[in-house]
Design a protein around this ligand. Structure first.
Ligand SMILES: CC(C)(COP(=O)(O)OP(=O)(O)OC[C@H]1O[C@@H](n2cnc3c(N)ncnc32)[C@H](O)[C@@H]1OP(=O)(O)O)[C@@H](O)C(=O)NCCC(=O)NCCS
Length: 229
């Protein structure tokens, strides 16, 4: 026992803090690099065949309705198929048509448009998951009329470029249903690592769904792009 009452009181406080909030009692030093700022992409984000831009809450309703109304498209993603009015209501929510990420917890959805025709063929999303751990997540949906042309891979690769090259994240993940091999193929083509299989971890749309988690780190992304260092 310490004979110093102040030291004893401090030790007790530390023990209580450790029991209730270990992070507060033993704070780990922050990442030594620059803090994450907002992500404000320059639009449109351009790839070889695609343009990615913020959602137009009125002009994108029909294009999005064409695929988000379909049960097959929604089988492995949280939203249910939506009718036109539901799509219009969803797009009218400013959270859905934001153009930048300002803070952790937000999602940025972007329309995927064919450069050649201007047609909306899908949408992609970026989640800012953690500021402290510099983590994000991606997702994508493409109209079945345009499946199998490499568009999801091309659009998702542009998301990784935004997240690593501009936003300076450390780690980007994607979580998919084990019964969605097309999505697994996209992530594998992107060079993401299959890291975890969470067996029947969610009751999802009437059945137990097994989740597969993929991830890629910033240094792995740079190595893939031939920019190691
Ligand atoms: C997943 C999805 C976005 C892929 O879009 P896409 O534009 O067709 O993707 P890409 O063309 O870039 O790549 C698809 C790959 O999946 C492969 N694929 C498609 N169906 C497959 C299947 N049943 N089994 C195995 N591979 C399959 C394709 O052959 C292609 O790989 P390849 O280029 O090596 O031949 C699209 O299927 C989709 O929108 N699905 C509904 C929404 C969804 O599930 N989103 C993902 C949520 S995690």
């Amino acid at each position: 026992m310490s004979g110093n009452p102040a030291a004893a009181a401090a030790a007790t406080l530390l023990r209580v803090a450790a029991m209730t909030s270990p992070g507060a009692a033993f704070p780990s030093p922050a990442f030594p690099g620059p803090a994450l700022g907002p992500l404000r992409p320059s639009y449109p984000v351009e790839t070889e065949r695609l343009l990615l831009r913020p959602i137009d809450p009125v002009g994108d309703v029909d294009g999005m309705h064409a695929y988000r109304s379909r049960a097959d498209v929604c089988r492995y993603i949280p939203p249910e198929p939506m009718d036109r009015a539901q799509i219009a209501e969803r797009l009218a929510n400013p959270d859905f048509s934001r153009a930048e990420l300002d803070r952790e917890g937000q999602a940025l959805t972007l329309a995927v448009v064919l450069k050649e025709t201007g047609e909306l063929i899908g949408d992609v999303v970026i989640f800012w998951r953690s500021t402290e751990h510099r983590g994000g997540e991606i997702g994508y949906v493409i109209n079945p009329d345009h499946h199998g042309n490499g568009y999801a891979t091309e659009a998702a690769r542009a998301l990784l470029a935004l997240l690593f090259d501009e936003f300076r994240l450390h780690r980007v993940t994607a979580r998919i249903d084990a019964e969605n091999p097309a999505s697994a193929a996209v992530l594998t083509k992107l060079g993401m690592r299959r890291e975890a299989v969470l067996v029947e971890n969610e009751w999802f749309k009437g059945r137990w769904s097994t989740e597969i988690d993929f991830a890629i780190l910033d240094r792995e992304w740079r190595a893939l792009r031939g920019q190691d260092g």
